[in-house]
Design a protein around this ligand. Structure first.
Ligand SMILES: NC(=O)c1ccc[n+]([C@@H]2O[C@H](COP(=O)([O-])OP(=O)(O)OC[C@H]3O[C@@H](n4cnc5c(N)ncnc54)[C@H](OP(=O)(O)O)[C@@H]3O)[C@@H](O)[C@H]2O)c1
Length: 209
């Protein structure tokens, strides 16, 4: 598959590293000439990357999303769009209410796309392996399109996660604050980023619930 990753930051690089093992990764950057991604992948502008990708991953800050969604709107039509964003403001405080989600906002702005919320509950450092040491992390996946969710869960499994379908896109309302909790544990409570979310009792081979 061709996977467009919009952004060239921490999340983009780690997901890119993992996904480029089996897929063609194309990064979309505001400054493709300046971007350093450390893997053998194409870096182009945002519109071009979105046009080339069969799947588009939004690895961008929430505050930049309005402008970027506008840019990729036409190119994203009918495609799977993976929203990794967490809505944090400049003080690392929550920038949204709790009866809404970034993912639902993305779906509304990108008409006729299959938006899937995933990877937002994982620290970027753990995204390239899906594991902490030898322990597999759970990849919590929400979306309204069953087939799109399956595609994303398969990608997660390839990386090393145990993917779990948590339900429709509305479930992103719970997944996004979970990320805030994880960030609080990692930084404010000083547990570091070598921690992650795991739902106990799910067998690897079962793959989904
Ligand atoms: N870091 C984590 O552990 C983590 C975990 C889960 C989810 N997330 C979420 O994933 C998203 C990306 O996080 P990240 O840690 O990868 O962020 P980051 O390191 O700051 O990278 C964000 C990338 O987005 C692009 N971008 C486009 N417009 C931008 C703008 N106006 N300002 C800044 N960057 C802009 C930049 O790439 P170009 O300069 O090449 O355009 C930049 O490298 C965020 O929504 C975050 O909340 C992060």
């Amino acid at each position: 598959m061709k996977i467009a990753i919009i952004g060239t930051g921490n999340v983009a690089k780690n997901l890119g590293k993992a996904l480029s093992k089996k897929h063609e990764v194309i990064f979309g950057s505001r400054n493709p000439e300046m971007a350093k991604v450390d893997i053998n992948a194409k870096v182009t502008n945002i519109e071009d990357a979105a046009a080339q990708g069969d799947i588009i991953i939004l690895a961008i800050p929430y505050k930049a999303s309005d402008e970027i969604l506008q840019k990729i709107k036409d190119k994203a039509r009918n495609k799977v769009v993976i929203d990794v964003m967490n809505a944090l403001d400049e003080n690392f405080e929550w920038a949204k209410g709790f009866n809404e989600s970034v993912a639902e906002e993305v779906a509304k702005k990108l008409e006729n796309t299959k938006v899937v919320k995933a990877f937002n509950t994982v620290f970027a450092e753990n995204m390239s392996k899906g594991k902490i040491g030898r322990e597999k992390l759970t990849l919590l996946v929400a979306g309204d399109d069953e087939e799109a969710k399956r595609v994303v869960m398969d990608l997660g499994k390839e990386i090393g996660f145990i993917p779990v379908d948590v339900g429709n896109l509305k479930m992103a309302r719970y997944l996004e604050p979970m990320a805030l909790l994880l960030i609080n544990l990692g930084y404010n409570k000083k547990l570091g980023t070598a921690i992650g979310i795991k739902i106990a009792g799910i067998k690897d081979e079962k793959n989904a619930i």
